[in-house]
Design a protein around this ligand. Structure first.
Ligand code: F6R
Length: 251
């Protein structure tokens, strides 16, 4: 693993995705030991975290880790999808992590979507995170446009958990999970950038050539506050783990 020089966010080039997944799983394993199992994790969906979730499930199966006291808070969820819809983020997390470990059903939390007063529910969700002691370790992926969670370009860096309109580019990118591209919801609820920045540690996984252009724009250019990923410049303990395809334009 090589730490890239002169990047505004600490960035590590890894030899393989598996290595990055093991490294992040090691970090979680260490925190579990240090905090006697009481850990609050912020989690993401999408392709990027699947290998890490596989590694955590393996460690659980092989008795390295116990997640019974862990609480998880997911970054985002679609509006207007039943919780058991196969493309809901809750269904994704159940398949890739929750059902493969002993994470308790009452310990896994998603942004509120199926309620009438979304604004009030978002406030309660934020209070809930605070009452849990805040997020110890937050996992992020990045969109091709630099979004984090569903905070699209232009989202204020002090934004809080809220309902948002999805951009057409994000709807198109996510259409692969739906039978008909028209079925992709137009709205979602996402943790805000300000909410994300309050996590104690931020870890980003970015693999593959589709991430190369945005990484160049963030890591090799002046600070542009319209790109959500740039918010991580303001965090004291953020790090990106990228493979050689994602690093292709960094020189
Ligand atoms: C998902 C999320 C998104 C993804 C991003 C990258 O919960 O918050 O911001 O992390 O769209 O997606 P992948 O990993 O599929 O490239």
């Amino acid at each position: 693993m090589q730490r890239l020089s002169d990047t505004p966010i600490p960035t590590y080039l890894v030899d393989s995705q598996e290595f990055a997944n093991e490294l992040l799983a090691d970090e979680i394993t260490t925190l579990l030991t240090e905090q006697a199992g009481r850990l609050v994790l912020g989690l993401a969906t999408g392709n990027s975290p699947i290998g890490l979730y596989n590694e955590l499930a393996r460690r659980f199966r092989e008795d390295w880790i116990d997640l019974c006291f862990v609480h998880t808070y997911n970054l985002d969820e679609y509006m207007d999808l039943p919780a058991d819809h196969p493309a809901s983020y809750r269904a994704f997390m159940s398949e890739h992590l929750f059902e493969r470990t002993n994470l308790g059903p009452r310990h896994v939390h998603f942004p509120p979507t199926g309620v009438e007063d979304i604004d009030a529910a978002c406030l309660r969700w934020e209070e809930n995170i605070e009452a849990a002691g805040g997020i110890d370790w937050q996992l992020l992926g990045i969109g091709r446009n630099g979004h984090i969670g569903f905070n699209e370009p232009g989202s204020p860096f002090d934004s809080r958990t809220r309902r948002i309109e999805l951009t057409e580019s994000t709807r198109t990118a996510n259409a692969r999970f739906f039978e008909d591209p028209e079925d992709v919801p137009h709205q979602a609820v996402t943790m805000g950038i300000g909410t994300i920045l309050e996590a104690k540690r931020l870890r980003v996984l970015a693999f593959g050539e589709t991430k190369a252009q945005i990484l160049e724009r963030v890591l090799r250019s002046e600070d542009d506050p319209s790109i959500p990923l740039n918010a991580l410049r303001r965090h004291p303990d953020a790090a990106l783990y990228i493979d050689s395809a994602a690093a292709a334009r960094l020189g």
